[in-house]
Design a protein around this ligand. Structure first.
Ligand SMILES: NC(=O)c1ccc[n+]([C@@H]2O[C@H](COP(=O)([O-])OP(=O)(O)OC[C@H]3O[C@@H](n4cnc5c(N)ncnc54)[C@H](OP(=O)(O)O)[C@@H]3O)[C@@H](O)[C@H]2O)c1
Length: 262
């Protein structure tokens, strides 16, 4: 039976780069994202460039029952998934109480609830394969409680802990669980402009989506537990996890104060 990699948030950014990297390895793909032209454009490009089989589902993963609908779509079409990458997610910067509560709830639904639900529906099938993969998108920020990114950083901490816990539970079943923790990734023009205005310091840390995808997929296929793409990010992640909270929190507040007004 033909097997597929299912990637959410695959129409642009890092998810799109995951699709490109896997297709270049001749992996057939199931791409899931909002029902927007970019999703179908990604499908056309992947098919034309790599000649792999590629199917799409346009769906809003913050809606109730959406993850179950993704699972049903694969069942109705006889798609067997041996690689699941629940990548779709978004963040927001700024003072906590200045954003709408609805935006935080949507962030938690997409970044966390949809990730857990997709895992829950697909795990029994992943276990049936002789080798299968779960690749989770966390962030370098999962190492840090972050003022002015409080909810986003917490959602990425959730993904990090969930992935590491699940990895131990499923290792007997030959399901490899890997969690990726990138620093800032330039996924659009706005991101590029923001990095350019921050100067040389930021340039040491930022990566492009294809660099993140390459390192993450290589790590996943080698069965790595955690992938932190980029050297600077590795050092900062180590510091973030080891420096005690009373020392790092006031420092982080000063460093991220620039995000207050976003
Ligand atoms: N960019 C970074 O600096 C960075 C750093 C560390 C970790 N990450 C994580 O990496 C992942 C991908 O980030 P990215 O920067 O590549 O994001 P992005 O460029 O904004 O792309 C997000 C993708 O998710 C899809 N999506 C958004 N809302 C959705 C919804 N409600 N239902 C279904 N699909 C939805 C988008 O579809 P549309 O194209 O239709 O909107 C798009 O395909 C996220 O989990 C993010 O937290 C990003």
């Amino acid at each position: 039976m033909k097997t597929f990699a299912l990637i959410t948030g695959a129409s642009q950014g890092i998810g799109r780069a995951f699709a490109e990297d896997l297709a270049s390895r001749k992996k057939d793909l199931l791409l899931v994202a909002l029902d927007e032209p970019a999703l179908y454009q990604a499908q056309r490009e992947v098919r034309a460039t790599h000649g792999v089989e590629c199917h799409t589902l346009g769906i809003d993963l913050t809606e109730d029952g959406a993850a179950r609908r993704v699972w049903e779509w694969t069942q109705e079409n006889g798609f067997s998934v041996d690689t699941l990458i629940p990548n779709a997610g978004f963040g927001r910067n700024g003072i906590f109480e200045r954003a709408e509560l609805a935006e935080y709830l949507a962030m938690m639904k997409l970044n966390n609830q949809a990730v857990v639900e997709l895992t829950y529906h697909f795990l029994p099938q992943l276990k049936e394969h002789s080798r299968s993969y779960l690749l989770y998108m966390s962030s370098m920020e999962s190492a840090l409680p972050l003022p002015y990114k409080a909810v986003y950083a917490a959602t990425k901490n959730f993904v990090y802990n969930f992935a590491l816990s699940l990895r131990e539970e499923v290792k007997e079943a030959d399901v490899t669980v890997t969690v990726v923790c990138p620093g800032p990734v330039i996924t659009n023009e706005d991101g590029l402009k923001r990095i350019q205005t921050q100067g040389a310091k930021a340039k040491l840390l930022v990566l492009f989506p294809d660099q993140v995808a390459r390192e993450a997929i290589r790590g996943m296929l080698r069965g790595k537990q955690i992938v932190v793409p980029g050297r600077t990010a590795k050092v900062l992640t180590f510091l973030g996890r080891t420096v005690p909270a009373p020392y790092k929190m006031p420092l982080l507040e000063r460093m991220f104060r620039a995000y207050r007004e976003e």
